[in-house]
Design a protein around this ligand. Structure first.
Ligand SMILES: C[S@@+](CC[C@H](N)C(=O)[O-])C[C@H]1O[C@@H](n2cnc3c(N)ncnc32)[C@H](O)[C@@H]1O
Length: 270
């Protein structure tokens, strides 16, 4: 993999693409600072989700790869990068209404074009609580803010530019780790929380997947940083690595939510 040129280029931090279950909005700045401080040429997110951490960083690396197993989400990344103007038209054409929410919930995405699929997911994620894919309820209330065309245009343009040189994959994490591991790689991993693996579709990620993850991380030539919820099972499975705690809150939109401790696991063997 060619990784020439400066090690880093300073870029403006941006918000994630959309609300997403397990999205690290509240931790993004702190994780981004920590990742920025590491000297790596290749940056890889095998569980990129909506990219809250990816976009919070202020250093662009010569090679950057994002991946997620969710094909609908990866389609949003691709459309956002390649067709921001067209995506804006689709977004603005959808009336922000409960009836539209119900209509889009009932449509199979494979009946739509890629741009329509991307618009559908962005609309549904904005309107349902917590960004959970299994949440079928319209949750817009008096505290919800509609996004203006000007704000959408700015957001789409800035993120499309940031994504211009990024490789976007739609694979299982193990393939991505093996394919992009080099001594100059830093992986940031944000797998589904232990015990909440159904948030992305039934049976999407279970205990056997955490074992596969541990095995893949144990073979790395590069370094990694991983965030996970603080449970005895997680501490036990990843006991061979360095484990720190970090305070945060689980919140989708409102302040004053439940304070929790999460784990930051890194590739320095104890
Ligand atoms: C906790 S979320 C990531 C959130 C992201 N860091 C953010 O801030 O938006 C976990 C992600 O892992 C993805 N995922 C689940 N199983 C996967 C697998 N086997 N390989 C790759 N991605 C997977 C889910 O689709 C989900 O987007």
């Amino acid at each position: 993999m060619a990784a020439k040129g400066p090690l880093e280029t300073i870029v403006k931090p941006l918000p994630g693409l959309t609300s997403w279950a397990g999205g690290k909005r509240n931790l993004a700045r702190r994780l981004g600072d920590r990742i920025d401080a590491d000297k790596h040429r290749v940056y890889v997110e095998p569980f990129a989700g909506a990219g809250h951490v990816f976009f919070a960083r202020t250093r662009r690396r010569p090679v950057e790869i994002i991946n997620d197993a969710n094909g609908e989400l990866v389609n949003v990344w691709r459309c956002w990068r390649r067709h921001p103007e067209e995506l804006l038209k689709v977004i603005l054409s959808v009336p922000f209404a409960r009836q539209e929410f119900d209509r889009l919930m009932s449509i199979e995405p494979d009946q739509l074009t890629d741009l329509e699929r991307a618009g559908r997911l962005l609309f549904l994620q904005r309107a349902r609580f917590g960004g959970r894919l299994d949440n079928r309820c319209w949750s817009m209330g008096t505290t919800s803010r509609a996004r203006t065309p000007e704000r959408w245009r700015k957001r789409l343009g800035e993120a499309a530019e940031r994504l211009a040189s990024v490789v976007i994959e739609n694979r299982d994490f193990a393939w991505v780790i093996q394919r992009f591991d080099t001594p100059e790689t830093l992986f940031y991993l944000d797998p589904p929380y232990w015990g909440a693996e159904d948030a992305y579709g039934r049976g999407c990620f279970g205990p056997a997947d955490f074992e596969r993850l541990r095995a893949a991380l144990g073979r790395l030539k590069g370094r990694f940083l991983m965030s996970l919820n603080d449970t005895p099972e997680v501490r036990s499975i990843f006991a061979a690595f360095r484990i720190e705690t970090i305070e945060t809150s689980w919140s989708s939109r409102k302040p004053g939510d439940q304070a929790v401790t999460e784990l930051l696991i890194s590739g320095v063997r104890t």
